[in-house]
Write a protein that binds this ligand. Structure first.
Ligand code: 13P
Length: 250
């Protein structure tokens, strides 16, 4: 097993309420979490600052925004800038999630621009990539994923501040998890690309996590793969089984 720190992110998406975020965070604070796992949760932006208050006495759980806009300020109604995330002390941001790419039409170029702005602010990035079912059926998974990584990579100068999340679109919210072999194949291809196009050191240290219908039952097998360094969890991050996913390597 590699010595890359296992990373588990909980992407709450547009879910939750004031009551729910309080109870989810309180339960997580009280849970027995593997101290070797880095845990990052991404509540809706509305709850980030109150969540930060709730986590004040906790150094195990970090916070992430679900998106961030590259312009520092101005007339961009509805957006939150990376400068503002930094100002609010939010250390992570998810960028390029497939829901942003498909529903909100974000392009590789948009994701690259946001990645640059995040790194300029010192905000760590969870960079999401993944192919659609149609692309998988045409045998294009690796080609698509590598081109998404490549587009953002041109704006990445410090890979220690980036985690790559491979999230096949067909596995997100569908209950249809990639098999450990399917996920490992793509993770390895990303790592090989990093070795070839960035450096051997980055390829060795970069965390590549998997997302798409991860749950308390399938996490262990996925986590045993040599190139799977953690998870980005949607639905199950709102349930008690999130703790089992954090503890998948125990
Ligand atoms: P699910 O775990 O609900 O499939 O969502 C995965 C995801 O999109 C995490 O970002």
């Amino acid at each position: 097993m590699s010595d890359r720190k296992f990373f588990v992110g909980g992407n709450w998406k547009m879910n939750g309420s004031i009551t729910q975020y309080k109870s989810l965070i309180t339960d997580l604070k009280n849970a027995k979490l593997d101290p070797k796992t880095q845990v990052v949760i991404a509540p809706p932006a509305l709850y980030l600052l109150p969540a930060k208050d709730l986590l004040q006495d906790n150094d195990k759980i970090e916070l992430s925004a679900q998106d961030g806009y590259h312009k520092p300020s101005g007339a961009f109604t509805g957006e939150i800038s990376l400068v503002q995330l930094k100002d609010a002390g939010i250390p992570w941001v998810i960028l390029g999630h497939s829901e942003r790419r498909t529903i909100f039409h974000e392009t590789d170029e948009d994701v690259a621009t946001k990645t640059k702005a995040a790194l300029e602010q010192g905000v760590n990035v969870i960079l999401c990539v993944g192919e659609t079912l149609e692309q998988r059926e045409k045998n294009e998974s690796i080609k698509v994923v590598i081109s998404q990584v490549e587009a953002a990579a041109k704006n990445i100068n410090d890979w220690s501040k980036v985690v790559i999340a491979y999230e096949p679109v067909w596995a997100i919210g569908t209950g249809k998890v990639a098999t450990a072999e399917q996920a490992e194949e793509v993770h390895k291809a990303i790592r090989d690309w990093l070795a070839k196009s960035v450096s051997a050191e980055v390829a060795k240290t970069e965390r590549i996590i998997y997302g798409g219908s991860v749950n308390g039952k399938n996490a262990k097998e996925l986590a045993s793969q040599p190139d799977i360094d953690g998870f980005l969890v949607g639905g199950a991050s709102l349930k008690p089984e999130f703790v089992d996913i954090v503890n998948a390597r125990l």
